[in-house]
Design a protein. Structure first.
Length: 400
């Protein structure tokens, strides 16, 4: 009896499983009919509604939306941030114009749309675009932080919409978000007229006057959790280091590479730290017992006068840097050797500081300029009269 019961129960389970398989998987449920693989190879997800949007059912006066492809903007800027009138502006190409009153001229998505970013200073050495440390986005590539460019002070921004009406003209905290890293690096270089060679995440930057730690042992220095940047001047090809001193005066500090010695001292590979000594200033005070002759003093003074005009003396003896990552530490050591050797070997003519550049002409897109070839070659050339014919003089008249 037990065997018969087990046989009947197993047969009933088999029959029920077969019936479940046949009823559950033989055909798709009604809501999943469109999920089946199409027989036609030209089938697309829009084929299900093709009978509703074919060319016969579309009104003749209605135009279909055009597929313009990917967006052509290079950066975005938010106006009226945090208000009900918040607006994201899609910006295209830019141009830094002006000399005394520098501004960044952005072209918008429409013909009359543009954004003007007025810089507070005319000096390129005092303009510093600011980017954050990679710690602010720990799970992303550190280089992507260069796409978010901000400024530490408020700048005036004037925005003209597509109708030619100015709807924004006031100082704000300017924040740019670029679509590519290459565009962000080029933008920062255009602002400073210096190419951004590389950037490094640092934990702390300190000097001999402002130590790494305070009296209580807390890490201080001149800046902590910042991004150190290496620049190359586009005219003189000289290199410089810049960092934001958030622990000191909350301003960017920039140091010329040739102001330091080429040999890196105080290296600690385990802590990823190093020290750059200033040229001509050792760790100890100069020996007062040494005396210099009068002629040697004049020679040294005459030789140092030419070098002091090109580089200003620093009030520090060394610059200490502790990096956040080992790859940044190794990369800085290699880059430092190349940058310092190139600055030491190059002694060309320095580019004048008071450079005057002509602003770009304001050409409206709706205005056409046509120059004919005849007016170009005939009207601009001066008209010279034909030379007068001189009377021929016989040879007999010339002899005495």
């Amino acid at each position: 009896m037990a065997a018969a019961a087990s046989t009947s129960s197993s047969s009933s389970r088999t029959h029920s499983s077969r019936s479940y398989a046949s009823s559950g998987f033989s055909q798709l449920p009604p809501y999943a009919q469109n999920l089946g693989a199409p027989v036609d190879h030209n089938w697309t997800p829009n084929s299900a509604v093709s009978d509703l949007t074919d060319e016969y059912s579309t009104p003749q006066g209605q135009l279909r939306p055009l597929d313009l492809g990917p967006p052509g903007f290079q950066a975005t800027c938010t106006l009226f941030e945090g208000t009900s009138d918040e607006k994201i502006i899609y910006l295209g190409p830019w141009e830094v114009v002006g000399t005394e009153h520098r501004r960044i001229l952005w072209q918008g998505s429409y013909q009359l749309e543009r954004l003007e970013h007025f810089l507070p200073t005319a000096s390129t050495t005092e303009t510093f675009p600011h980017t954050l440390h990679s710690r602010h986005r720990q799970f992303s590539d550190p280089s992507t932080l260069e796409q978010y460019v901000t400024f530490r002070e408020r700048h005036r921004v004037r925005y003209t919409n597509e109708e030619g009406v100015v709807i924004h003209d006031q100082p704000i905290e300017v924040k740019y978000e670029f679509t590519t890293i290459e565009a962000a690096l080029t933008f920062q270089g255009d602002l400073r007229r210096k190419d951004l060679v590389d950037c490094f995440d640092v934990d702390v930057v300190w000097t001999d006057t402002q130590g790494r730690t305070d009296a209580f042992g807390n890490v201080k220095g001149i800046g902590t959790v910042q991004r150190l940047k290496l620049w190359s001047d586009r005219h003189t090809m000289s290199h410089s280091l810049s960092v934001f001193a958030n622990r000191a005066d909350r301003r960017h500090r920039e140091y010329q590479v040739d102001q330091f010695e080429g040999e890196v001292r105080g290296r600690d590979d385990r802590r990823r730290s190093l020290r750059l000594n200033v040229r001509g200033r050792r760790g100890s005070a100069p020996d007062s017992g040494r005396r210099m002759s009068l002629s040697a003093a004049f020679r040294s003074r005459r030789g140092s006068s030419s070098s002091s005009s090109s580089q200003s003396s620093l009030d520090i003896r060394y610059l200490g840097i502790q990096f956040s990552r080992t790859e940044d530490y190794r990369r800085f050591l290699d880059t430092w050797v190349v940058a310092h050797s190139s600055d030491s070997e190059y002694h060309g003519i320095t580019y004048p500081a008071d450079v005057f550049e002509l602003p770009s002409p304001q050409i409206a897109a709706s205005t056409s300029y046509e120059v004919s070839s005849q007016s170009l070659w005939q009207a601009d050339l001066p008209f010279l009269p034909a030379p007068a014919e001189e009377e021929e003089v016989e040879e007999d008249e010339l002899t005495p």
